[in-house]
Design a protein around this ligand. Structure first.
Ligand code: ADP
Length: 171
């Protein structure tokens, strides 16, 4: 996959939307596996004021830019509208989401169906987590970091430092 030429990629622009609060190696795994199959992958941070987030939109975008630095067809953005409105505006065809366990399924299924009803031309494609990241979520990482635990194997060093700073942890 790493040696794929531009011609072997789907001529598709896709979005990988999420909270990314903060980005973990589980998210990065999805990005690294999806990007080589696509023309362009926009990783879009959801600016949803009803969800209380630990990091600001700018911080979350900066972390994503750092971890995706070497992947040429990945762009980082944010949106504060309905996902389908963003998808329509950016002329995107495919929504990428990750599935970790059955627990993700019901919510993801509901979201895919509502998005399909609102914008029939957009398709949601699911990538199943790699086994080594199946237990990883931003919330579990925040919990470990808040108690001063070692999160360096689960997130980029810059993200780990950001978490420790946020929680006032000296390590
Ligand atoms: P949201 O609030 O939209 O669920 P998240 O940042 O929690 O945002 O997740 C964004 C997407 O990434 C979701 O589809 C989620 O299932 C997926 N995801 C998160 N962690 C992992 C992981 N470890 N492996 C695979 N997919 C993941």
């Amino acid at each position: 996959m790493a040696n794929q030429t531009g011609n072997e990629r789907l001529r598709v622009k896709a979005v990988y939307p999420g909270s990314f609060d903060p980005v973990t190696k589980g998210h990065l795994d999805i990005i690294q596996r999806a990007a080589p199959t696509l023309h362009k992958l926009v990783v879009a941070v959801a600016d949803n004021p009803s969800k209380k987030q630990c990091f600001s939109i700018e911080e979350r975008k900066q972390f994503l830019k750092t971890v995706t630095e070497g992947i040429p067809n990945v762009e980082v953005d944010s949106f504060d509208t309905l996902l389908v409105d963003y998808v329509r505006k950016k002329n995107i065809r495919v929504i990428i989401r990750g599935l970790r366990a059955v627990t993700d399924f019901e919510m993801e299924f509901q979201m895919a169906l509502i998005n399909k009803s609102l914008l029939p031309r957009a398709e949601t494609i699911f990538l199943v987590t790699s086994t080594e990241y199946s237990f990883l979520s931003s919330s579990i990482i925040k919990e470990v970091a808040a108690y001063g635990g070692d999160v360096t194997q689960f997130v980029h060093p810059m993200v780990a430092q950001g978490l420790y700073n946020k929680f006032g942890i000296k390590r």
